[in-house]
Design a protein around this ligand. Structure first.
Ligand code: ASP
Length: 319
């Protein structure tokens, strides 16, 4: 299936749709999804799950490592009574290691499944898979491109934590160049009345293609190298890891690694009502001493990922 360049809304029907890019979402669809995620939270908290997706099969096909995205999709499918084919422990144990093409792998897996969640190291791979497949493909990260389901859960988390998506100052910190979660979240935030602050080393600034979209949307935006410049005014601090695997020159990685760490001392400069998020894994960007600060939302963010993915799977599978 192929839905590129189509906005999915407005009569709000996600059934049989691919989820490839955040560009497919408008605010009506986002509201719909967030309300469904709330419904999923209620179901999990009251009865644990249901059987809406019984006899439905999801394949998780991951060409890159994952902890949260893969397991939350699996948990989501299980909570809704469905089954999973998990190819998440490394495609080296599948025929990919024998040289099988993405096209053949996808066309094979769709014979067994109702939906495929795909993570791949190449930008555009999810769209290619969607072009080959007749069943819905959900992009779980395509190289340094996009990670739409992460951005959806990030936006949902901001709304849950702060009660609104408007009037906020949001600072994104770290690897803005290669961080696909930053690219997707930034694009989604353009639907709202926000100010954006981008904090990174020079080498890892937000790509121009994304920055131009921010500027075209008329958003109040500034870039800086130091988190101390933005922390006092931020409502959301979105921390990210430097994406070591995307560097062709590891010497460059060595130059920028450890560029930023959110410490308890820095947190004393932050507002009392603000939220710290991170798509995880963290590798030194947030001091463990912050974990019990009520503003640290990253574990709640992880749980929200399951609710959002339950909402997406149910919607895509027509429930
Ligand atoms: N887990 C996120 C991703 O797959 C963030 C990261 O790896 O740094 O993009």
């Amino acid at each position: 299936m192929s839905t590129q360049n189509n906005t999915l809304s407005s009569n709000i029907n996600l059934a049989h749709q691919d989820i490839i890019s955040v560009n497919q979402f408008d605010t009506d669809l986002l509201d719909y999804l967030f309300n469904r995620a709330e419904e999923m939270r209620h179901i999990v908290e009251t009865v644990g799950g249901n059987d809406w997706l019984s006899h439905r099969v999801l394949t998780c096909l991951f060409y890159e490592p994952s902890t949260r995205t893969s397991s939350s999709f699996i948990a989501a499918m299980n909570r809704l009574g469905g089954r999973v084919i998990p190819i998440t422990q490394g495609v080296q144990f599948s025929s990919v290691s024998k040289g099988e093409s993405l096209a053949d792998t996808i066309r094979t897996l769709e014979q067994y499944s109702d939906v495929v969640v795909l993570r791949h190291d190449k930008v555009g791979a999810a769209q290619r898979a969607a072009d080959y497949a007749d069943i819905p493909i959900i992009n779980a990260g395509d190289g340094a491109g996009e990670h739409p389901t992460q951005a959806l859960l990030d936006l949902f988390t901001i709304r849950e934590e702060l009660g609104t998506l408007d009037g906020l100052r949001i600072a994104m910190v770290g690897d803005l160049r290669y961080g696909r979660t930053v690219h997707s979240l930034t694009k989604l935030l353009l639907h709202y009345d926000v100010s954006l602050r981008f904090v990174s080393p020079e080498l890892l600034r937000l790509p121009l293609t994304v920055m131009n979209q921010v500027i075209d949307a008329g958003i109040d935006v500034r870039e800086t190298h130091d988190v101390a410049d933005v922390i006092d005014n931020a409502d959301v601090l979105y921390m990210t890891r430097i994406q070591r695997e995307r560097f062709s020159d590891l010497a460059q990685y060595e130059e920028v690694k450890g560029h930023h760490e959110l410490t308890p001392e820095l947190m004393t400069q932050a507002k009392e009502k603000m939220t710290v998020m991170h798509p995880f894994p963290r590798v030194g960007e947030i001091h463990y001493g912050i974990d019990h600060d009520p503003r640290a939302a990253y574990f709640r963010q992880i749980k929200n990922g399951m609710y959002i993915r339950m909402a997406l799977l149910a919607s895509v599978l027509g429930k």
